[in-house]
Structures are given as C-alpha cells and as structure tokens.
Design a binder for this molecule. Structure first.
Ligand SMILES: *[C@@H]1O[C@H](CO)[C@@H](O)[C@H](O)[C@H]1NC(C)=O
Length: 336
C-alpha cells in the first residue's frame, strides 16, 4: 500500500467531514477577496439549497450570488400587489449568513411578465405599475442587495436594435431610460446595470449596446454599469474585445461586470482554456465583479447537447475549468 502523505490525509478528512470533494486549493472567494473582487454564482434557485452539498460549495467558493428566475416579475409578483417573498428571502438570508453579496436579477426581462401587467395598455398606468413593482421589490431588499440588473436583454438576440418586448410595446424605446430612473428613485444606493448577451462576439450588437448606453449617459440616465452575460459556445471572444469594452464604458464613467458566464463545448480542454483566458483578460482590464451562471453541472442549462458548462461537475468535483479560473485569480496582480 502506498504511503498517504499528510496533505492528502488532511484533504480526505475534509472530504469526509463536510461531504464535498476538496479542490486541493484555496477557495475562489479567498483569492478574490484579497484583491477586492466579487466572484459569484448566479442561477441560484433557492430550492437547490435543500442539497447541503450545493449549499456548502456555494458558500465556500463564492462571495456573491444571484437568483435564477425567482426575482423576475411573474415569479415574485404574480398578481397585482401579491408577492412571493419567501424564495428571495431565503437567498438573501443565506447570503448574509455566509458573508456574501447579492445581485438582484432581473427587474425587467422579456420573459416572465404577469398577465395583470400585460393587460395594461395605457402608458401612464403601465409606468405606475413599473414604479409600484420596482419600489416594492427594491425596498424590501434595500441595503441587502447591492446591485441590480435593471434591464436584461433589451437588444435583439443577433443585434439590430431594441427588441419589441412587453415594455417596448407600451412605452416605446424610452422604457429603458424610464426603468433606470424608477429604479434609482426607489433605491438611491444600489448599483444599476443593463445586462445583455453576445456583445463580446457580435461586433454589430456590441456597437448597438454602446450606442444605447452612451445615449443613456448623454441623457443623464442613472446607470452604473454594463453586465456582459458572457454565455460562450465553443468560440471564445477575440482577445482584446473585453478590454476594449471596459475602456470604452470607463470613459462614460461606467463599470463593466461579467454576470452569467458559462462555456458550452464538449471539449473540456478548450473549456478550461476559455475560462482562464476570459477571466484573465477581464481581471487585467479592471473588471471586479464576475458571476457565473451557476457552478455545478448538476443544475446546468445548455443549448449544446451533452455540454457541461460550469466549474464543478454533477458531484461537486472541481473541473479543469475551476482550476483555470482559480489560476487566473491567483496570478492576477491588481494595479497599484
Ligand atoms: C480540444 O481543445 C484543445 C484546446 O483548444 C485542442 O488543442 C484540441 O485539439 C481539442 N480537441 C478536440 C478533440 O477537438
């Protein structure tokens, strides 16, 4: 029998006591915390916390979380004036108990809008419904949710302008600006983001987003940042693109975050390379808020059959993608 080295024995003990496989490394949140970086997991459906191993890895590795769909309008506010607070309360309580930040995702999205809202066709009444919804939700978590995705996926998926969602249909293009004003009025201290996808890979959509956001800034709309969802399929962003976006938005006085990263490919080497490259470039560019769209393949969604897009496998074992991310964090030296 091979002699067991003390470190391996220690790791084995840790595994036996908390029931989750050890990564054999420091925690992501430990490395991130030293450098003032938020490293988060989104897509947290509160029912996942019923699994003690899920809860343990989440709290151990990440210093931020955000919900999956439970904060979207029809989930939290299904009929006018009636709210299902328990789900988000549970997430916020969990985060507080473990010293984690919470991102509110998402106040406005194309999906998940309740019938009572969709029945309103008068713009004034529709605006009032938006204000009532934002105020109720944002006030409840004031001081406990530090940042919000106010508008999610405003642009057409492949680019080409605003998509005609439920808000656009009643208020026209100014719904984006109105949403940010209502959100700032409701909660002055939280950071407000616009979140969109594919801009890192589609130059036309990248320009659309910049045009939209720079227009907001020119109109003194209260917005703090741009959240790049960063759902990647097979092909990584061209090196330099993330940096260019960060610099362009910085000139507007805005920050850039990564808000829903996952990497969909069957090639685990490529997957790890993409995680490492994106996180390295993001950190070097000055991004300090990085969230993945979940962390375990046990609860992953993919559009590429067979792909396992996240950092941990179904049994909470760290994958090559985890180690590439960990290395990117440890190697990063923040500019003085
Ligand atoms: C997987 O990705 C790596 C890194 O890009 C590449 O070298 C390798 O050829 C790929 N494997 C397959 C089977 O495509």
């Amino acid at each position: 029998m091979k002699a067991v080295t003390p470190i391996i024995a220690l790791l084995a003990t840790a595994e036996a006591t908390c029931g989750i496989p050890s990564t054999g490394t420091t925690k992501l949140r430990e490395e991130a915390g030293k450098k003032g970086i938020l490293i988060g997991s989104g897509a947290i459906n509160p029912t996942y916390l019923d699994d003690p191993r899920f809860a343990a890895v989440l709290a151990e590795q990440f210093n931020s979380l955000s919900p999956e769909n439970e904060l979207k309008w029809s989930f939290i506010h299904p009929t006018e004036g009636s709210f299902t607070w328990e789900t988000i309360d549970r997430l916020v309580d969990f985060a507080e108990a473990h010293g984690m930040m919470v991102k509110g995702h998402g106040l406005i999205s194309s999906c998940c809008n309740p019938d009572y809202l969709l029945s309103i066709t008068d713009p004034t009444a529709f605006r009032a419904a938006m204000a009532a919804h934002f105020e109720a939700v944002m006030h409840r978590y004031e001081g406990r949710v530090d940042r919000w995705d106010v508008v999610t996926e405003a642009l057409k998926t492949q680019g080409g302008g605003l998509q005609a969602n439920d808000f656009y249909n009643v208020l026209g293009p100014s719904y984006v600006e109105e949403a940010f004003r209502i959100a700032r009025a409701a909660v002055p201290d939280a950071k407000l983001f616009i979140s969109d996808n594919l801009v890192e890979s589609l130059p036309g959509k990248r320009q659309d987003l910049y045009d939209l956001v720079s227009g907001l800034v020119a109109n003194s709309v209260p917005i703090d940042g741009v959240a790049l969802q960063m759902h990647i399929t097979e092909v990584p962003p061209t090196p330099g693109v993330i940096t260019d976006m960060v610099n362009a938005y910085r000139e507007l006085g805005l920050e850039v975050a990564i808000s829903e990263m996952d990497v969909h490919t069957l090639n685990t080497t490529l997957q790890a390379d993409i995680y490492g490259a994106v996180i390295s470039e993001a950190l070097s560019a000055g991004i300090t808020d990085i969230t993945f769209w979940g962390f375990t393949d046990k609860h992953a969604y993919t559009w590429l059959p067979g792909a396992k897009p996240l950092l941990f496998d179904e049994n909470y074992r760290a994958k090559a993608a985890f180690y590439a991310t960990h290395t990117a964090l440890t190697d990063f030296v923040r500019a003085p």
